[in-house]
Design a protein around this ligand. Structure first.
Ligand code: FE
Ligand code: CA
Length: 515
């Protein structure tokens, strides 16, 4: 595995590392012989909080070389940031099977409060992480919950200032909604490249691990993970652009072969995210759809929009998937599914039985239908890789939300590299509210061309594709406030942040209102 860190090491990290007396392990080719190999170069993370605990994560990845030995990693959780009041501790073995990653499901903690955690291995301490348990099931919390959601961080297109500014907000919980890494790269020499991927296109386990190793060394990404627990799902680029289930976007790829690639990509995702044992990959299969309850305030339904879907409709004459089409025979076929039948049923049950005031469906894509014009021909149509290619699933879901009177349904999404606020409708009645966040760095769609299609889509309340950023949310008993946050320039590692637009959703009243 080639080491991307030397060429792309962000300046702040070098300074921090030298300050910690680790300069040799980074800068000297003789680092190995000194015995100084700082192993926590990828930072720490926590995730999937419940009332009595959360997952804490790290991965040993010393700069100077790959580990081959099995290593004992000690961990501790404290009620204070100085780590003087340790309430849980233990140890785990890190080995080559999962690239020396460590996932600890911490239990026995108190609900609804902050904790701090740290790892130790090979004589070194990890950075400090902060996490937070969920409120108890019967707890009617008066405190508002603060959230953030992010998507689409292409390393090559810039710096992750959006992550840093979200970390500064110290949210209770962060949702990663997909395209956390990009499998593909810009051609060498492209003027799009602000900082290069270490490897170009990747398709095997070593390649995906290399990609996560590079991204995880980013100081802004590390700051966000260290600041708050997160909940991650994926979109396509964690595997391949516009893949669906076992089908590659490229025509003629044997699904059995593609599943090998998917298995490698899913394993690397598991190795680098604070996930529970329930998400352990089994061959090409891995469960990431799940629910999180925050007392009586909120239930989060986290979806997997990629693994179980039927092949995209309207496969093009050249065999390509996921295009812009006017229509075709199978576009609205009710026997097709985006989520898979099991996940669809699981979602309906979880919504119908929800005890919560707010039901947030956190997933990867724009849900609202969108009549688009082909950028070349101007012909009206739909983009089949998104929910518009799976309208039967959308119709079943929105009908169910309407019929079972799900309290305050709100969708969060990403993928489209632009901000959207929409009314999700059944027969012109708004039955759910939708917010989609812009990308952290990835290029947005052309603003003028999309602005021009808005009159064809009156259920769209807001759109902007011109800036990069994230979405910040305050969720209280009486209202949800959503802020579209933008960074000044993702090519600037010191970019500043501002608020582009605010919306509120009031309890009991579906649809966003200007704030
Ligand atoms: Fe993306
Ligand atoms: Ca995507």
């Amino acid at each position: 595995m080639t080491d991307p860190s030397v060429i792309d090491l962000p300046r702040r990290r070098v300074v921090a590392a030298i300050g910690a007396g680790m300069a040799l392990s980074i800068l000297s080719p003789f680092a190995r012989s000194t015995g100084v190999e700082y192993p926590f170069t990828l930072g720490v993370a926590s995730g999937d909080p419940v009332p009595d605990g959360f997952v804490i994560w790290t991965r040993l990845a010393p700069m100077a070389g790959q580990l081959t030995a099995t290593v004992v990693v000690r961990w501790s959780v404290a009620t204070d940031p100085a780590m003087t009041r340790v309430v849980r501790r233990g140890q785990k073995l890190a080995d080559t099977n999962f690239a020396h990653s460590v996932h600890v499901e911490v239990t026995g903690l108190e609900p609804g409060r902050p904790y701090w955690y740290r790892f130790e291995a090979l004589g070194e301490q990890s950075p400090l992480g902060e996490s937070r348990t969920a409120p108890a099931r019967d707890q009617a919390t008066n405190r508002a919950l603060t959230l953030g959601f992010v998507s689409c961080s292409h390393w090559e297109r810039g710096y992750f200032s959006a992550y840093r500014h979200l970390a500064d907000e110290r949210p209770d919980l962060v949702f990663f909604l997909g395209d956390y890494i990009y499998d593909s790269s810009y051609p060498a020499g492209s003027n799009k490249i602000i900082r290069a991927h270490a490897l170009t296109d990747i398709s095997d386990l070593a390649g995906y691990r290399n990609r996560y190793t590079q991204y995880k060394r980013d100081p802004d990404l590390q700051a966000l993970h260290a600041a708050a627990p997160s909940v991650a799902t994926w979109d396509d680029h964690e595997v391949q652009n516009d893949y669906a289930n076992r089908w590659s976007q490229d025509p003629g790829v044997d699904p059995a072969l593609f599943l090998k690639r998917r298995a490698a990509a899913y394993q690397a995702f598991y190795e680098h995210m604070p996930l529970r044992r329930a998400s352990l990959p089994r061959g090409p299969d891995m469960r990431v759809y799940r629910r999180l309850d925050y007392g009586q305030l909120a239930r989060f339904h986290v979806l997997d929009g990629r693994q179980y879907r039927t092949e995209q409709p309207c496969i093009q004459p050249d065999g390509r998937h996921g295009g812009h089409v006017a229509t075709c025979a199978d576009l609205d076929d009710p026997t097709r599914t985006m989520l898979g039948w099991e996940q669809e049923a699981w979602l309906r049950d979880g919504l119908r039985q929800s005890p919560a005031r707010w039901n947030v469906i956190a997933q990867d894509l724009l849900v609202a239908p969108l009549v688009q014009k082909d950028l070349q021909t101007g012909a009206q149509g739909h983009w089949t890789d998104g929910w518009d290619g799976y309208s039967a699933t959308r119709t079943r879901l929105l009908n169910h939300i309407d019929a079972s009177r799900v309290p305050n349904p709100v969708f969060f999404g990403g993928d489209i590299h632009s901000f959207w606020t929409t009314d999700l409708q059944v027969a012109n009645k708004t039955v759910a509210t939708e917010f989609v966040g812009t990308s952290v760095t990835s290029d947005g769609p052309p603003y003028e061309a999309f602005k021009a299609i808005l009159p064809l889509n009156p259920h769209v309340r807001f759109f902007d594709s011109r800036q990069r950023g994230y979405v910040s949310v305050t969720l209280g008993q009486r209202q949800m406030e959503t802020r579209f946050q933008v960074v000044s320039d993702c090519r600037d590692p010191a970019a500043t942040v501002s608020t582009l637009k605010r919306f509120v959703v009031e309890d009991g009243r579906t649809g966003a209102q200007d704030a």
